[in-house]
Design a protein around this ligand. Sequence first.
Ligand code: LLP
Length: 445
Amino acid sequence: MAQDMTTIPTRVDAHVEIDALHHLRIGGCDAVELVNSYGTPLIVYDEDVMRRTIRAFHNVFRAAGVPYQISYASKAFCTLAMCQLVYEEGCGIDVVSGGELHTALSAGVPAKAIHMHGNNKTVEELRYALEAEIGAIIVDNFYELNLLDELTREYGREVDVLLRVAPGVEAHTHDFIATGRQDSKFGFDLASGQVQTALRQLTDLPFLRCVGVHAHIGSQIFDIEGFQLMIERLAEVYQYGLQKLGLPFRILNVGGGFGIQYTDEDAPPTTEILAAVIEAVKMAFSSRRMPLPTIWIEPGRSIAGPAGVTLYRVGSQKQIPGVRNYLAIDGGMTDNPRLALYGAKYHAVYANRADAAPEDTWSIAGKCCESGDMLIWDAALPNPQPGDILAVFATGAYTYSMASHYNRIPKPAVVFVRDGSAELVVQRETWADLMRRDLPLPKRT
Ligand code: LLP
């Protein structure tokens, strides 16, 4: 299958094929065979889709001729194989916890290619980051600034930091995932002068080298306006730090947030937005007569999301006359809580008869003891038959990484597919795995 490795497919199912058996093929692999080999629920990642997206980002930067770094936001999907794949494609890695840092380091990603975020990094996490000598720490608040000052004095070791700015920009996105607005737990507040105060403090801290500023205004963003406003505000901060305070600024990190297509309603202009972001940085810096910084982006969803397809076996049905048809699958909010949390929408087909015409609407329910455990409301699907396998598209980001053990349901297996071959990259959990940390009731005398 010859695929253009320089553009991002715009349709949610553009990367899959339907074969003569009417089966869905992902990365050249028959989805029904994958289920027979690995069971369900199964998250299948098409490696080429991820590699293609990253290469498309590289190409936009190269075409613009600017210094840059793409840091994969590993919170979207963080496993050994995933960290290896994105590093292989020339990305750094953004981590937000000791666990993500441990995964990236264990994957063989050099510490210098890793940077760490988080609004409440613990002392243990900061020690881990400092001892590993990671590339940069994004300082989020005054508490952390003091902690880092103390720790770096103790180690007698310098570290590069970026200052996280809350720029007061609200991206057009779901309310719960807008993180750049003023009333947010993340970052130093720009409007009240916290940013300037923190930068002034940084001029006095001997082991903290403040190399730039950062902001992230939200996720699943389709408009450029929020980015443009954020970049203007960051450029002002940058100018203050560089020209007034003489800080060794060289990085402008504009965060992630590039939207993807979940259903036909979404039309993400991902590469256009990135090109416009770069243009906005160029303008903001040239108009202030500042040298162009290295532009960092931190895409998570746009890399992992479109590549993932989750396969489930269908089970029970409930038809309520004149009300709704429910169809239950053998997973749900434990492997994908995004409908429950954000009202997310998804597109689905049956993998074993992928081109069958829809006959009715079926609402896809999970198997948890919770009414809100739904995956899709009113999906247009053929009427279900025993043995059907539901394939839900664009489920690669914030699904496995947000999976839970509610109702003691084991987490699914994950495979990467490419050129017709599949590799298991996360084993399916067993019931025994679920109890591994449990201890029996102590016998008290
Ligand atoms: N950088 C920072 C500082 C972030 O907080 C995030 C996401 C990213 C980068 C990556 O953003 P992305 O490119 O993936 O949009 N669980 C939610 C999304 C939460 C996003 C949190 N921060 C969801 O499932 O929609």
